[in-house]
Ligand binder design. Structure first.
Ligand code: ADP
Ligand code: ZN
Ligand code: ZN
Length: 795
């Protein structure tokens, strides 16, 4: 008799799966890595077979009901990785397994809810907050079952029915990855590459068109659509046995990234040295490299060439980027270099595209996988390398269970495959840099820009002095003048401000009221030139009142400028200038990023205003001025990483300037002496690192300790406080510091009160053990508890 261990969604973090009997009719089919349906209590649920077993440790074992897959959707290695991630992040095994699959694979054949195609851009007014959350969650996940939606949004069946009636959401009774792909005829090489090239060489004179097609085939990885090639040429080549015609499915492919003109260049001496070091490490004993390269030092070129080596070995590579939509250029460079061998995995793809890309990776046809966080789980069997570009980025951390960090998972996964990891950044995280400094990772440095240009000079402008001099505008005199000069000579400028909207809060100057979100403990932000108030946490919206809702005074207005305000201010002072804005409000539509960037790039004298979206990875020549409107937004956050974040952001924004020409940077601040600002202004990573590290050690924060963040939340304020107190009052554990309980900095969100407890200590396992015990003691309560190991946002 045969049994299977099946991972299913259950409360409790320690469950590694339950035994089920495999009934004789399924014995042939059931294999590890396949999805199955099994009875669980009174319900039938979907689970994953994680192992087979000859015996069963318990009695009363029940039968597997059905097997949902023909082939395993997880290979052996991914099952092992799931166990490791589940332990390391104290997350249920099933939730890790589900996270590894795109929704299209995860729900194949199940009943799910998904966003309706062609739903209106603007959400109808009067949508309940649970309804709005459903839309948000579905946009992120693609599809979800009803119980899952209810768990993550609180929306019940009635709410879903309402959304369906509004034609915002659809139900699919058997979820499938969209219509079948088209079939198409391809010309395929019938001989190995070198033979084809030899033949091309031999025919170059006599039959140039045949030679050319052979070369094209080799470049394209052995296969091109027959359409668009000349029929007689094809016939001759197939007559010679060099090429054959095949009919196959044309996978739905995502739109390509941004194309730069193809240029090939000789690596600089630094690039060549770094590349050789990575290759040496890779051949000798694969491990982790930290590539610390200043902005514009050509890190991408190093990745590309290293991946070329890995492909030569017949292996695959995964390239993680913080957010695909923010890095169309990076994606474009990979596609240019590796053509059809590149697969892209990210949330903005259509269902069908995502399904086909995933299949191409699993089938081994895609060999370079570029994607955001979850691409670290791409089903590549022959992995040789994982690149984590901008490794310091916070979007690599998942803010819902399993709360994994893609950089750490990349390292776990690479170890299994004996693959090499390259972490790249101009501003490495303190965690990674410390490990590199201790020799755990190999530290490699690119300290010069490729074109030999200096990093742009940075001027810190003291806004207190501007204030004293009577300048009440958001631009210092220096920034105002610099902007005008740059625009007049037809160069380009970027203005950075990490706050979207028109004004960040609305205040009544008679009674002091700040208009707040009715469901969250935050002020509402003014949008659309002041006509609308919005909550940036729950997306609550209302019209801006003309008078104070409390004292009826007419003296209410917005304070604290956002990107919209900067945009209109620039437009007012430089009326004939093309001003573009890039933030999450202007980039909601597909392809909007790319359009804005292309317009900026092709318009002399244009000004681009934006949030952190413009800070990252953009390589646009001719940006002569970067202005940071206020550097202080992040400094005042109650978070131990606020200095690190500020330093990283300023360094990255400054790095957009002076590529392929002159450039300068102006940073406006009320804290001109802060070490994060000073270090960023002098391009001094080392100086920042030493000072920040000394402070972290003294304060007992990572990388000297580990943290586990416990967040309790519920609409019942007293119950939350009680639960948090109980958790903090448990028996002391040696080596674990318990900080709190205290209300979280965001003390109410979506109508739920929030309290937190922070566990800190050097022994990560001890922290996790304590967190699991708290979790188990908490079991069965109405108050929600989120356990977050290695937290990134502690708000
Ligand atoms: P980083 O990611 O380190 O900021 P990029 O990889 O974006 O830098 O490279 C900056 C620019 O330099 C890109 O336009 C790239 O094509 C170009 N580049 C890279 N290597 C070289 C080289 N060896 N010679 C000339 N240009 C190069
Ligand atoms: Zn008032
Ligand atoms: Zn809100």
């Amino acid at each position: 008799m045969a049994f299977a261990v099946v991972a299913v969604d259950v409360r409790g973090l320690r469950s590694a799966g339950f035994h089920y009997r495999i009934p004789p009719r399924l014995e042939e089919r059931a294999r590890p890595g396949m999805r199955v349906t099994v009875p669980l209590g009174p319900r039938e649920v979907t689970g994953v077979i994680v192992a087979l077993d000859h015996q069963c440790p318990v009695t009363g074992v029940r039968d597997i009901k059905s097997v949902l897959d023909e082939e395993p959707v997880y290979e052996e290695g991914l099952l092992g990785l799931a166990r490791e991630v589940s332990r390391y992040y104290a997350a249920p095994l099933a939730s890790v397994l589900w996270t590894m699959l795109p929704a299209v694979i995860r729900y194949r054949g199940r009943t799910v809810y998904a966003l309706a195609p062609g739903r209106p851009e603007v959400e109808p007014r009067g949508l309940s907050s649970a309804g709005a959350r459903v839309l948000e969650v579905l946009a992120e996940h693609g599809a979800m079952t009803q119980p899952e939606l209810e768990q993550s949004t609180g929306a019940g069946r009635a709410e879903l029915a309402r959304l369906m009636a509004l034609e915002l959401v659809q139900r699919h009774t058997t979820f499938s990855p969209g219509a079948r792909s088209r079939r198409q005829v391809f010309a395929e090489l019938a001989v190995p590459d070198h033979q084809a090239l030899q033949a091309a060489e031999g025919e170059a004179k006599r039959a140039p068109r045949r030679a050319e097609l052979l070369r094209r085939l080799v470049e394209a990885g052995g296969k091109v659509p027959a359409q668009g090639t000349s029929r007689p040429v094809l016939d001759r080549l197939s007559g010679q046995g060099l090429v054959r015609l095949v009919e196959s499915e044309l996978p739905r492919r995502p739109a390509p990234g941004m194309k730069d003109p193809v240029v090939s260049f000789v690596p600089t001496a630094e690039q060549a040295f770094v590349l050789q070091s990575i290759i040496d490490l890779h051949r000798r004993k694969p491990g982790v490299c930290l590539l610390h390269g200043v902005t514009g030092s050509g890190k991408t070129e190093v990745y590309l060439r290293f991946i070329g080596e890995v492909l030569e070995e017949g292996r695959q590579a995964i390239v993680l980027v913080p957010e695909i939509s923010l890095t169309p250029q990076t994606l474009g460079r990979f596609q240019e270099r590796f053509g059809d061998q590149v697969a892209v995995l990210h949330s903005a793809l259509s269902t069908g595209e995502r399904y086909d890309e995933w299949q191409r990776v699993q089938g081994g046809r895609a060999r370079v996988i570029v994607g955001a966080r979850s691409a670290v789980f791409a089903p590549a069997r022959h992995l040789g390398a994982i690149i984590v570009d901008e490794e310091h980025e916070y979007s690599y951390k998942q803010e819902e269970s399993p709360r994994y960090h893609a950089r750490e998972v990349a390292i776990m996964r690479a170890f299994q495959h004996r693959a090499t990891v390259v972490l790249g950044s101009a501003t490495p995280s303190l965690e990674s840099y410390t490990r590199a400094a201790s020799g755990e990772y190999q530290l490699l440095t690119l300290s010069h820009r490729v074109d030999g240009a200096e990093l742009p000079p940075v001027t810190v402008v003291d806004m207190r002095a501007e204030m004293k001099a009577g300048n009440r505008s958001m631009f210092s005199r220096e920034l105002g003048e610099a902007l005008e000069q740059v625009v007049q000579k037809g160069a380009r400028a970027m203005l950075f401000l990490n706050r979207r909207g028109f004004a960040s809060f609305v205040l009544c100057r008679e009674c002091g009221l700040v208009i707040q979100c009715p469901q969250c403990d935050v002020s509402l932000t003014l949008h659309r030139q002041g006509r609308e108030l919005r909550c940036h946490y729950c997306d609550f919206k209302q019209h801006t009142p003309d008078t104070c809702p409390v004292c009826q005074s007419r003296y209410i207005r917005g304070f604290g400028a956002g990107t919209e305000r900067v945009e209109s201010e620039v437009q007012r002072s430089l009326p004939n200038t093309r001003v573009l804005r890039m933030d999450s409000d202007t980039t909601a539509r597909r392809g909007a990023h790319q359009r804005i960037l292309e317009e900026f790039r092709s318009t002399p004298g244009a000004v681009l205003v934006g949030t952190q979206m413009i800070a990252k990875g953009l390589d646009i020549p001719g940006v002569e001025l970067v202005g940071v409107v206020t550097a202080d937004t992040g400094l005042n956050f109650p978070d131990f990483r606020s200095a690190e974040r500020t330093f990283q952001l300023l360094t990255q924004v400054a790095g957009r300037s002076g590529r392929g020409g002159p450039g300068r940077v102006l940073v406006q601040t009320y804290h001109p002496d802060h070490y994060a600002i000073q270090a960023a202004a002098s391009h001094d990573y080392g100086g920042f690192y030493r000072q920040e590290l000394a402070w972290r050690e003294q304060a007992g924060f990572p990388p000297f300790t580990h943290l586990v963040h416990l967040v309790f939340s519920s609409p019942d304020e007293e119950a939350v406080a009680r639960a948090a107190h109980r958790a903090a009052a448990g028996e002391p554990v040696p080596g674990v510091r318990v900080l709190g309980p205290a209300p979280a900095p965001l003390s109410r969100l979506h109508g739920s009160y929030r309290w937190q407890v922070l566990l800190a200590g050097r022994d990560r396992d001890a922290l996790l053990e304590l967190a699991l015990r708290v979790q188990e003691a908490h079991e069965g309560q109405k108050v929600r508890l989120a356990v977050d190991p290695d937290p990134v946002f502690m708000m």
